[in-house]
Design a protein around this ligand. Structure first.
Ligand SMILES: Nc1ncnc2c1ncn2[C@@H]1O[C@H](COP(=O)(O)OP(=O)(O)OP(=O)(O)O)[C@@H](O)[C@H]1O
Ligand SMILES: [Mg+2]
Length: 232
């Protein structure tokens, strides 16, 4: 494929090809780097598309660097080209938190993640897409990636939503309650006083979620009752 890469970059392999971005592992100035290219969306008006790509590229690079300053491990940003939608950053390995499920250190990684998210939130950064695949693991250390949906915000609701997103992916696990407890333990340790308000909001969001689920279930049950004809 002859997709354009920053000057001096040689593609080793494509790591990921998604709807918004393509991620290539490359060699650049003698080191292994990752080039994340935010792709154009053909269906958007050209000017609008350029504007969105540029602003998201700049925002992601800036959030990656600010998170690092806040003590959270993120890839080093080496170079940003908003016009082309490129971010050149350090390679953080190929293991995601998802692949660590079942490992003996999984529980401690979850606690570490809680601590990292607490640091982010204390620095006024919301990740926006906290999922297993956006947390990479290498030599027992976590690296947070993919700040494309992130923002600088101190809103309690946004912080609670951040955690809620992660908890939603935890619910599939058998010991999800323990994992949530460990996450919050880590979160409290770094977010300190603000943790309390965020946790309160998290519980509110949880009960809103349960209310919506209950309503949906009720409606579905009513619908299925209505669909049963009197003859049957
Ligand atoms: N610095 C990095 N080091 C190692 N792998 C990376 C790095 N950055 C991205 N990747 C790999 O590329 C994948 C996609 O990257 P990323 O999560 O940043 O894009 P994305 O925004 O999720 O794309 P989409 O918007 O299409 O979902 C990651 O899940 C990870 O496997
Ligand atoms: Mg991602």
């Amino acid at each position: 494929m002859s997709r354009l890469l920053p000057q001096g970059c040689t593609r080793i392999k494509t790591l990921y090809q998604g709807a918004e971005a393509i991620v290539d592992l490359c060699e650049w100035l003698g080191r292994e780097v990752v080039v994340k290219t935010r792709v154009s969306k053909g269906y958007r008006v050209r000017e609008l598309d350029d504007l969105i790509r540029r602003s998201r590229t700049v925002r992601e690079a800036s959030l990656l660097s600010s998170a690092k300053k806040a003590g959270v491990n993120t890839p080093f940003v080496y170079h940003v080209n908003p016009v082309e939608g490129w971010i050149i950053m350090s390679y953080a390995g190929s293991r995601s938190l998802r692949s660590m499920q079942g490992s003996s250190i999984f529980a401690s990684l979850i606690r570490m993640l809680g601590d990292a998210v607490g640091r982010l939130h204390s620095a006024g950064i919301v990740h926006g897409d906290l999922t297993f695949s956006n947390v990479l693991v290498s030599e027992g250390r976590l690296t947070l990636i993919d700040f494309g949906l992130g923002e600088f915000s101190n809103e309690v609701e946004k912080k609670a939503e951040d955690i809620y997103t992660f908890f939603s992916s935890l619910t599939a696990l058998q010991d999800s309650e323990t994992m949530m407890r460990l996450f919050l333990e880590g979160y409290r340790a770094s977010a300190r006083e603000s943790a309390k308000r965020v946790e309160e909001r998290l519980r509110e969001i949880g009960s809103r979620g349960r209310y919506v689920e209950k309503e949906l279930r009720r409606r579905l049950e009513r619908k299925s009752r209505e669909n049963v004809s009197p003859e049957t």
